[in-house]
Design a protein around this ligand. Sequence first.
Ligand code: ASP
Length: 520
Amino acid sequence: MAQHWKILVWLIAGVFVGLALQQLTDAPGSIGAKLGVESDGVVVVRSISKELTPKGRASAERLRVGDQIRSIVLNAGMEDEASLESVSSPEEVTGFLSAAGAGGVASITLTDGTVRSCQVVLDPGSDRSRWLYPFVFLADIFMRLLKMLIMPLVFTSIVTGVAGLGGGEDFGRLGRRTFGYYITTSFLAVGLGLILVNLIRPGDGAQLGLSTQAQIGQESENWLDILRRMVPENVFDAFTGNGNMLQVIFFALLFGFFITRAPEKPRKILSDLLDSAFQVVMLMASWVMKLVPYGVFCLLVKVVGETGFDVFIPLSTYMLTVFLALVIHAGVVLPLLLSIVGRVSPLKWFRAMSPVLMTAFSTSSSSLTLPTTLNTLKSRGKVSNKTSSFVAPLGATVNMDGTALYECIGVVFLAQYYASTGDYALTFGSQLTVVMAAFLASIGAAGIPSAGLIMMLTILSALNLPLEGAALLLAVDRPLDMCRTMVNVWSDTVGSAIVATREGETGLGDFETPQQAAES
Ligand code: ASP
């Protein structure tokens, strides 16, 4: 069976197994903390389980060991709001959360009045968790294999890409085309988001009940800081975290460029060495590609099995607005660009790139998808190494159309809500701020799950809006993240095709013989 069909079949199977687990087992909620009682009878956090703090997740201000809990409100302001006033024992909290089930957001008030909000996760000791364990385990191994490849791929592909351009005119031209594409499509995406959110107005009169003082634990960042952070203080530090991609890209671009400026001997040695390393890492990537269908299966069982659908209902108009914008951008705007500017049939390109889209959908991460993206661009897209190794790794971090429009819709949605409750005026000027900020946020967001939501905090604080709104959006972030990541990488592949055509490459997307194409 062709790879794309195989992935699709396993993807759908994953959804069904996840749904079956939802039907067959309960999903008791938990805040992932062990509680105890102080001598004065106050309930206190004794330890925090690791489940609550997976790296890279946009978790809300988390509980800390020693926090003394006074009361808990679940899904504040929503239809299924529930509260536990004056907490008196750990068992009471456990019972309350397990009855409520996983998936909501808990606002926890401490005895000193501080409010922490955190996601209610699936109780790790429950039946559902035990059933999910093998899938979670295998999904983690799959994700780790992908993660393992990100840094070596980004570094070797960008350096060889840039060094291969020989500096000078070629580098400048490819750079201009690539960044021209990134900027154009990101602004188109933000513009589309802005139009739709103003037409549909999902925030007007929404029943969100955001009134508590809950804060997300993230210092808002100045825009200049994002630029400053791009320059690594220590490259070896940058290589140690998959979140430092912009720093690695910055270093790789310079390194590649200066290889072309180096004298003959080091230039030859370094180009050959890095080119060989790139080829080997690509071989590893194509080996991991074979595992994609099974990895996708395990990831979907995990995601569907862990998430209940009830939390989506109060935010459904907002979610629909985001979906609609994503569909129009990916299904109309980008295909138009692809066929007019790139002269490639969008349908053919879509078929060629389908493994990439399905990997992005299941991993929610452009960076994790990069091994698949590079491999697919080469093997199915027939894009040259020169173009793909420049456009795709940069795009995975810098070019995020889905995230850009999501930022815009999310922020305006919350602003509309606050405006309709009379606390805030959403002016034309602030909408312009949103456009610029959403564009910058999409550049600054790392290609990891929920990065877009974290970046949203920056925009909210730029508009002087309370950050607690983002905590609410956290509850429904996963499905939106899956879809926007798919659009992010779709745009990277469309960009690769357009730049490749402009560079004079032909036969793009011709991975099937005419007969195979007719059969599938
Ligand atoms: N998960 C997205 C990506 O990796 C970023 C985001 O959260 O918007 O492309």
